[in-house]
Ligand binder design. Structure first.
Ligand code: GDP
Length: 294
């Protein structure tokens, strides 16, 4: 991912870097090229516009242009603003000593169940006692998939029954926790191929019953701008606390990952980087920016 965008930005910035003093016109020309490269990588229009405006303001406004290493300073401004666009400092989901309930939501195929398994492995590795809840009341196959992952990771999986009402699920989780102490409960919810009102109602009801401490949306980087529409719709209905972006190992142009934080206002907690159970990494804006800019 980011290969084509990275190459274009690096070429533009290599040119800028070599300049001692810079004129405002030169900065403007470079910013036009950067804006174009971002849009070609499927970055959201407003994100690209805002990014270029912020860089221009800093470059032109702070006596940068007349300094002897103006080019280098502008390159640093681009780097810093890219980190800002990606969310600034890395953020993690809130994790108390106990009573953590995380609600996983997303469209079918985004990688929700896989990411739930990956989170279980990640936090088990940190000494957490994880319980997975397979909460798709309509697709036994989805529950089966989570049971396989739970087995692989070595964490228990509580399976809902077909058409089980949310208050029953809540009661069953509570009873389970009374018998077997678990400090992190991760609930894999139902997904559909598209946004579906019925699904949103179900998710909202289950969320009310389980009262999660985090509501994490899993989105597929390969779906580009559509990922942002999905995020906005889910946020309206179930109020998201953060994002997990999957398939960052694929050949997506990168626009969704670059725009998600700015457009949704939600932090990106993790990136999915392979199909394997270990293929989940905390999302570090500075590392991603360095990867893009070389
Ligand atoms: P769900 O319907 O949202 O639960 O999606 P699944 O968890 O079943 O994942 C759908 C497909 O995406 C599966 O083939 C996963 O192996 C694959 N997948 C999930 N996350 C990643 C990732 O980060 N990288 C890659 N390459 N594949 C992924």
């Amino acid at each position: 991912m980011f290969e084509s965008l990275g190459k274009k930005l690096q070429d533009i910035l290599d040119n800028v870097r070599q300049q001692g003093r810079l004129t405002e016109a030169q900065v403007k020309a470079a910013m036009r090229e950067i804006r174009m490269a971002l849009l070609e990588a499927d970055v959201n229009f407003n994100v690209a516009k805002d990014f270029v405006a912020r860089v221009s303001e800093k470059a032109v406004g702070q006596d940068v242009l007349t300094s002897l290493n103006a080019g280098q300073q502008v390159v640093k401004i681009v780097h810093d603003e890219l980190i800002e666009t990606l969310g600034g400092s890395a953020q993690q989901p809130q994790l108390k000593t106990e009573n953590n309930v995380w609600f996983m939501v997303g469209l079918q195929g985004a990688g929700k169940t896989t990411s739930t398994g990956k989170l279980a492995a990640h936090y088990k590795g940190k000494g957490r006692r994880v319980l997975l809840v397979a909460a798709d009341t309509q697709r036994p196959a989805a529950r089966e998939q989570l049971k396989v992952l739970g087995n692989q990771v070595g964490v228990p999986v509580l399976e809902v029954q077909d058409n089980e009402p949310p208050h029953v699920t809540q009661q069953r989780v509570k009873e389970y926790l009374q018998k077997d102490f678990r400090d992190l409960v991760i609930v894999d919810t139902a997904g559909r191929l598209q946004i579906d009102e019925n699904l949103m109602d179900q998710l909202a009801d289950l969320k009310t019953a389980l009262n999660p401490t985090e509501t994490l949306l899993v989105v597929d980087a390969m779906t580009g701008q559509e990922a942002l529409n999905v995020a906005e719709t889910f946020d309206k209905r179930v109020n998201l606390s953060g994002l997990i972006i999957t398939k960052m190992d694929g050949d997506a142009r990168g626009g969704a990952a670059l725009s998600a934080r700015f457009v949704t206002g939600k932090p990106i907690y993790f990136a999915g980087v392979s199909e394997k159970i270990t293929g989940l990494e905390p999302f570090y804006p500075d590392r991603v920016a360095s990867r893009i800019l070389g």
